[in-house]
Design a binder for this molecule. Structure first.
Ligand code: FAD
Ligand code: 2HG
Ligand code: ZN
Length: 483
């Protein structure tokens, strides 16, 4: 791709303008003037270190009003921008492609209000997910989203990507939980849709476009979200199973027997667990080797009742040869230990060099067939193996089984065109032919932009482009991405 010639290049005058507007503390400048107060590099490269941009300016507004003034100026001067939260996104959406100005929300980090009766939280977009959840914990509530990057991702970034995470099975998607959004449009208009109403049928639900909009139509500055009561009783069990067929049986049994207390059902294949073990040095939770593992979490209001239920479930699945072995966490430390074997996979996979990542929605019965097919394909092409002469190390499948969301990851020693050619469009065609989605929860960003046609029809893409044109006629918001 080429830099869009219609966009202006940043000048010293632009920088001066922003300095006056925000103060020197809120601008990270590189190249344009010499007095860089902070290294600009981390804002230019993504979490995977796969995508790197060349922004010379990062702005950190402290209020919605400042965001509005920044965007109005950028729009008037045709300066392209990239909204950025915690920069943990996995599709290269949060970093510039060329020299777009980064607008990072980290200084908008205030909790605005919390209603103890309704459980509705209103907060700035830049609040870190874990900070929001810790705040809610003191009020006996829980953020209805949890994911491995909670320590650095921001709730605005979560909403912008419509992140799914580890408990969607229980609490549902952000499309349902987010009640209101405050956002700034490219022309500086502040869209105050920060409703705290659960029900509001007064026309098109505009906030939904920002949920999963990936910063292409405006910047989210505040959100209001319905948060559930925190469950006093949390239990976690971890199982080893002999086949993918058995994991499906276990899932059915879990839904049937644990019903309303089931809060997560996660799938990890054997290879993923060996990698966590190898990279972290942590002991495997179970003795012996199993081709598949599942992590089950329950959240309920009565410890005795929940433990009894989970114990009975465990006995049932063991007696009926659905699971081969299992362990029930005995305390908080062990709960975290077991979760680390699921949440740690993504980070551990990056240990060797690169990772080809696919985040797919598929019919649950066929989900793991893809992992086997891809492994066969790379084996046939002689691209996968144990020694350094092979580019690929492994093919890994794991994910949010309860949501039929597979994470197919291929860790590589180095990025290699031959590997890429075996994977794409093969994976996308595979998914399309099963009517799946090429992006279940991570979004499109730059990584999936070219493949949107595998999951959306031409008429839908046309409408999406019309919507984009309506909100952002100059195309300054997160260009080169999404569609
Ligand atoms: P960023 O990465 O900064 O931005 C993501 C996108 O949103 C970009 O397009 C950016 O331009 C836009 N954006 C950011 N903030 C705003 C804003 N205020 N207004 C408008 N646009 C904005 N995702 C899941 O769905 N489920 C998981 O289980 C999961 N686990 C993860 C585990 C790890 C270890 C990592 C690194 C990532 C994981 N992710 C997961 C990816 C996920 O998308 C992000 O972690 C998170 O939702 C992004 O938040 P962020 O603040 O880092 O956003
Ligand atoms: C997870 O569920 C994340 O761990 C990351 O969505 C998945 O890295 C991945 O592919
Ligand atoms: Zn995930």
């Amino acid at each position: 791709i080429q830099r869009e010639p219609g966009f202006s290049k940043l000048t010293q005058e632009h920088v001066e303008h922003f300095r006056e507007l925000l103060g020197t503390e809120s601008a990270v400048v590189d190249g344009v003037s010499k007095d860089a107060s902070e290294d600009i590099e981390p804002f230019n490269s993504d979490w995977m270190r796969k995508y790197r941009g060349h922004a010379k300016l990062v702005l950190k507004p402290q209020s919605t009003e400042e965001v509005s003034q920044i965007l109005k100026f950028c729009n008037d001067n045709k300066l392209a921008v990239v909204p950025q939260g915690g920069n943990t996104g996995l599709v290269g959406g949060s970093v510039p492609v060329f020299d777009e100005i980064v607008i990072n929300l980290q200084k908008m980090d205030k909790i605005r209000s919390f209603d103890e009766v309704s459980g509705i939280l209103v907060a700035d977009a830049g609040v870190i997910l874990e900070v929001a959840d810790n705040f809610l914990a003191e009020k006996n509530h829980i953020f209805p989203l949890d994911l491995g990057a909670k320590g650095s991702c921001q709730i605005g970034g979560n909403v912008a990507t419509n992140a799914g995470g580890l408990r969607l099975l229980r609490y549902g998607s952000l499309h349902g939980n987010v009640l209101g959004i405050e956002a700034v449009l490219p022309d500086g208009t502040i869209l105050d849709d920060l409703s705290t109403l659960r029900k509001n049928n007064t026309g098109y639900d505009l906030k939904q476009l920002f949920i999963g909009g990936e910063g292409t139509i405006g910047i989210i500055t505040g959100i209001s979200i319905l948060t559930p009561q925190r469950s006093p009783a949390i239990n976690v069990a971890y199982f080893g199973l002999a086949s993918y067929e058995k994991t499906q049986q276990a899932f059915r049994e879990a839904k049937g027997q644990l019903s309303e207390i089931l809060s997560a059902f996660e799938l990890m294949d054997g290879n993923s667990q060996h990698i966590v073990n190898k990279v972290t040095g942590k002991k495997m939770p179970l003795e012996g080797d199993h081709p598949f593992y599942c992590l089950i979490e329950t959240s309920g209001s009565n410890t005795d009742h929940d433990s009894e239920k989970l114990q009975a479930f465990l006995e049932h699945v063991m007696e009926n040869d659905i699971v081969e072995d299992g362990v029930l966490a005995q305390d908080q430390t062990q709960i975290q230990e077991l979760w680390s074997f699921r949440e740690g996979i993504s980070e551990c996979l990056g240990h060797w060099g690169g990772v080809y990542k696919y985040d797919l929605s598929l019919p649950i019965a066929q989900m793991y067939d893809l992992v086997n097919d891809v492994r066969d394909r790379l084996t046939k092409a002689k691209l996968i193996g144990d020694d350094d002469s092979y580019p690929a190390l492994d093919v890994i499948g794991y994910g949010h089984m309860g949501d039929a969301n597979l994470h197919l990851n291929i860790p590589v020693r180095r990025y290699d065109k031959k590997v890429e050619k075996e994977l794409e469009p093969y994976v996308y065609e595979w998914v399309q032919s099963r009517k799946g989605s090429i992006s279940a929860e991570h979004g499109l960003g730059i990584a999936k932009k070219a493949y949107i046609g595998y999951s959306k029809s031409d008429s839908m893409i046309k409408l999406m482009k019309q919507i984009k044109g309506l909100y952002d006629p100059n195309g300054i918001m997160n260009p080169y991405k999404y569609m």
